[in-house]
Every structure is written in C-alpha cells, then in structure tokens.
Design a protein around this ligand. Structure first.
Ligand code: FA5
Length: 336
C-alpha cells in the first residue's frame, strides 16, 4: 500500500470514531489543515520524479475527496444525534405558545391605499432623511432666516445645528437636486414640530409630499390630481374646499379641507397645503446643481403636503391623533 493510502485509511478511521464536533474538527486539522499530513503531500509533489507525479497526484486527490466526504458525513451524523437528544427532552404534553397574528397599523393601511392611487396616476416614490439641514428644510424652500417656522419654539434643533424636518417638503429639494425634470413623485414620511399636542396635532406626524414638474403644469392639474385622489380614497361624495393661503415656496398657495360623511362632527378638516412651485425654489435648486435644468421660464410645477394622520382619522373614523402612537392593542385590533 502507498503511504498516502495508509494515511487516508487512518484518517477515515479517526473520523468515523470522532465522538463530537471538537474531535471531528481536530481530525480535519490533523489531515487536511494547512500543515496537515495529507496536505503535506502537495508540497512533496515538487520533489517527485516525472513517473511518480501522476500516480501520487491521483492518490492525493482521491484521499482529499474521500476524507472531505467522510468529515461531512460524520458531521451530519453528529448533528442529527444531537437533535434527537434535544427533542427527547421536550415534553410534548405541555401546552404550546400561541402565535398571535398581527395586523397593519391604520396609518400603514392608509399609506398603502394612498400610494396605490398615486401610482395609478404615474407618481413614483421619493425619500429623504428625517434629520435634515436648515438649507433643505428652509433656505432652499425660499424661507428666510427670520421666518417663524425656523424658530426654536417651533422646530426641534439638534446640538450640531441640524434639525428634525418640520415638513416633508425637504424631499422636493432632494429630488430636484438628484434628477432633472420632468418629475412626478410622492414622498411619504414623518415630520416633527413643537406644536401643542391635542386631538389633531402631534409632535411627530406624517405627511405625503407630492411634486409634479413639467411643461405647462397649471393649478387645474393640481386641483384635478387632489380631487381624484381624495375621491378614490374617501369616496365620491367627499367635498373638497381650496382656500387661498401663503407658503414661501409656492405661488399661488392654497390649503384644502375636506368634509365627508365619515367625519362625525360634519366640520371641515384641514388636510394639506399646496400650490405652484415658486420660481425662487427652482432658481435655488439650479444654483445648487450648478446648471439651468429647472429653468423657471420653461418648467412649472405643483406641490402639496398632505397630513397623513388626519387622512387616516377620516378614513377610519378615529377621533384623536394620539391613538396612533399609544400602541394600545384594543385600538389597533379594530383595524384587522
Ligand atoms: C406644510 O407642511 C407644507 N410643507 C405643505 C406644502 C407642501 C405646501 C408643498 C405647499 C407645497 P402645513 O404646515 O400646513 O404645510 O402642514 C400640512 C399638513 O400637515 C396640515 O394640513 C396638517 O394636515 C398636517 N399637520 C401639520 N402639523 C401637524 C401636527 N402637528 N399634527 C398633525 N398633522 C399636522
């Protein structure tokens, strides 16, 4: 017998009788490891004669293959023996742990329905960070340094000067920075304000931002898009009211309210701000991009920022915005 064959048989015996994973690993290192005795034959090959080389090469391959297979086989045996032993300790007569099936949060359900309606109109999803810089939240949106929204009483500032975005309009800027027109995106996400918390105001709430930039976009497109969306989501009988308003980043600007049989009080509920993108916003985006991609003489656009929490309140007849964040299962289970 060739010494390599003897080595192989010794290895196979040792592997077969390995009592546990450690012993098996020790055998692997001993024979196949970097300085293992089978591996050592690879180094010896160089010093062999021309006739010996193919014979030893073949034996070496065979030894490696059969030892590797034996290790895998033994490892599997040890694994399954351990599993059998573990299972033997389980008392099958004990009662099991019930798995409760969760449901989607009402805000998530509302968001999924909203996204699918906007998708049908060709809107894509855009995204941006919750922790923002002042430029994306205010300056780029034509909001001067002395604007009240920039006040520390209204916005959460971090010690390093960054802030928690007070609206999702930041994503308008990020989207225009990263791609040229035309643009048709919605950006759902959280916004943060130091508002007095009550039934319709939270410190962390959610908005769906919309931005549409193309040639010849008009207020009629804005109204049509919003009306289609709300009728699809809340029902065709939903009434929508646009009121003139002021935002630094749109001109003209509006707020819109809805009234629906779903709102018990019968009152109008303010849902969103919107308007036509201000040329100054396009100019600032161009400046940051270093080109004229958003030439205000060529492109127009509309934008809106819808309060998601308030939309979900109407959709599911929820009387208080604070329920969304309380994690009370009695509340959440109603939306299964
Ligand atoms: C804005 O945030 C503008 N960025 C909207 C906009 C976007 C205008 C694009 C023009 C173009 P406003 O502050 O009105 O606007 O907030 C928009 C909506 O967010 C409100 O109508 C309301 O539904 C919701 N919202 C605002 N503050 C809170 C709050 N504290 N809790 C719950 N919802 C809120």
């Amino acid at each position: 017998m060739h010494p390599l064959e003897e080595l192989r048989d010794a290895a196979l015996r040792e592997i077969d009788s390995a009592a546990d994973e450690q012993a098996l690993d020790a055998a692997r290192v001993k024979y196949l490891g970097r300085s293992g005795s089978i591996s050592a034959w690879s180094d010896k090959m160089k010093s062999l004669t021309k006739d010996e080389k193919p014979v030893v090469g073949k034996l070496l391959n065979e030894a490696r293959t059969s030892v590797t297979a034996a290790i895998e086989h033994r490892a599997e045996q040890l694994r399954s023996a351990k599993e059998t032993a573990d299972l033997a300790n389980i008392d099958v007569t004990l009662p099991g742990t019930p798995h409760e099936i969760g449901t989607l949060h009402p805000l998530t359900q509302m968001l999924e329905r909203s996204v699918s309606i906007f998708r049908r109109m060709g809107f894509a999803i855009a995204d941006g960070p919750d922790v923002e810089d002042e430029w994306h939240c205010f300056d780029a949106l034509n909001t001067p340094a002395d604007h009240p929204a920039r006040n520390e009483q209204d916005t959460f500032y971090l010690p390093d000067g960054r802030l928690l975005r007070s609206h999702t309009s930041t994503v308008q800027i990020r989207t225009m920075q990263s791609q040229p027109p035309p643009i048709r995106v919605i950006a759902p996400g959280a916004a943060y304000r130091r508002d007095e918390v009550d039934a319709t105001h939270a410190a962390q709430f959610h908005q769906i931002e919309g931005l549409y930039v193309d040639e010849n976009v008009s207020v009629a497109d804005l109204k049509g898009t919003i009306e289609f969306f709300l009728h699809e989501l809340l029902g065709a009988e939903t009434e929508i009211r646009f009121r003139p308003h002021y935002f630094p980043f749109t001109e003209p600007s509006f707020e819109f309210d809805v009234r629906s049989s779903a709102i018990k009080s019968g009152k109008w509920l303010e849902l969103a701000g919107c308007g036509m993108v201000h040329p100054a916003v396009f100019e600032e985006v161009n400046r940051a991009r270093g080109d004229q991609a958003y030439d205000p003489a060529k492109w127009t656009g509309f934008a809106f920022g819808l309060g998601m929490d308030r939309l979900a309140m109407i959709l599911f007849d929820i009387p208080d915005i604070r329920f969304f964040a309380q994690n009370d299962l009695r509340f959440l289970r109603q939306f299964a």
